[in-house]
Design a protein around this ligand. Structure first.
Ligand code: ADP
Length: 257
């Protein structure tokens, strides 16, 4: 795929990573972190070496969604590099593991923290680094995309019309940066009850995005109580139920990125 224009300025900490994939949404609460975490664990299950970088400094979800034994990031005293924590074979870095909880910071500070966490971490050899982006398309997101040579972006949305408008913004941001958007995940699209399928947020905006922007893949992720429960329990759904319906959706997404 096309490389972003900043690839030649690759930060040292990222040089041993083959693919860096952004999971992005323009609003909070649409399931971006759920998709990022389950995608990462699916790729790991497929045999890849994987890391997750939770760039959502204001609302880090990674410490809730995965439960590593070691919940604090360590610093190598000599090299002054950050050593990621690990859960079920996937390397993890989140501001939520930096021992400071939720922060009150201005934008440039946030960008500084993200930059430091991302580029001074000893990721080691990775096939994929999945970045759980902060929601939105503002300065923080743009700076992040400029620091990191993304190989692909996955956009997460819910089916409402309003979120379609937001997705369009996200697609435009990535296309300006020459990062290919490989898939849209339309989350919470439906649920099944009493033998019937319900579409609580309406239908069709995902396929509208895909057609309008020429994005090659669209995935429907249904509302599943298990997805929410496993998100809260610290064991991602694809780890808890590797043969389940949700795992199959993520396996299909995994081959796209
Ligand atoms: P975001 O990262 O966009 O803020 P999250 O991934 O944190 O969103 O999801 C918000 C909440 O919705 C979480 O509690 C999560 O477990 C739940 N959730 C996300 N997707 C689904 C789904 N398809 N079915 C059920 N619950 C979901």
């Amino acid at each position: 795929p096309a490389r972003p224009i900043y690839a030649e300025q690759l930060p040292a900490g990222l040089q041993t990573i083959s693919n860096i994939v952004a999971v992005s949404s323009c609003k909070g609460g649409v399931g971006k972190s759920t998709v990022a975490v389950n995608l990462a664990y699916t790729l790991a299950d497929m045999g890849a070496r994987v890391g997750i970088f939770d760039a959502d400094v204001y609302g880090p979800s990674l410490p809730t969604m995965v439960s590593p034994e070691n919940r604090v990031l360590l610093m190598d005293p000599v090299k002054k590099t950050i050593i990621p924590t690990e859960y079920s074979g996937v390397k993890l870095v989140s501001f939520g593991f930096a021992g400071q909880g939720r922060a009150i910071m201005r934008g440039p500070m946030v960008s500084g923290v993200i930059n430091q966490l991302l580029t001074t971490t000893e990721w080691g050899e990775l096939d994929y680094l999945i970045i759980d982006m902060p929601p939105g398309t503002g300065d923080i997101q743009l700076t992040l995309c400029q620091i990191v040579p993304l190989t692909a972006a996955v956009i997460v949305t819910t089916p409402q019309k309003l979120s379609f408008i937001d997705v369009a913004k996200g697609v435009r941001m990535f296309s300006k940066l020459k990062v290919p958007c490989v898939a849209v995940v339309e989350n919470m699209c439906h649920f099944d009850a009493d033998g019937k399928r319900y579409y609580p947020f309406g239908r069709g905006s995902g396929s509208q995005v895909v057609q309008q922007f020429g994005i090659p893949h669209l995935f429907d992720l249904p509302i599943r109580p298990n997805l929410s429960a496993s998100g809260d329990s610290g064991m991602p759904e694809v780890v808890a139920d590797p043969q389940g319906e949700v795992s199959k959706i993520f396996q299909n997404l995994g081959v796209c990125v």
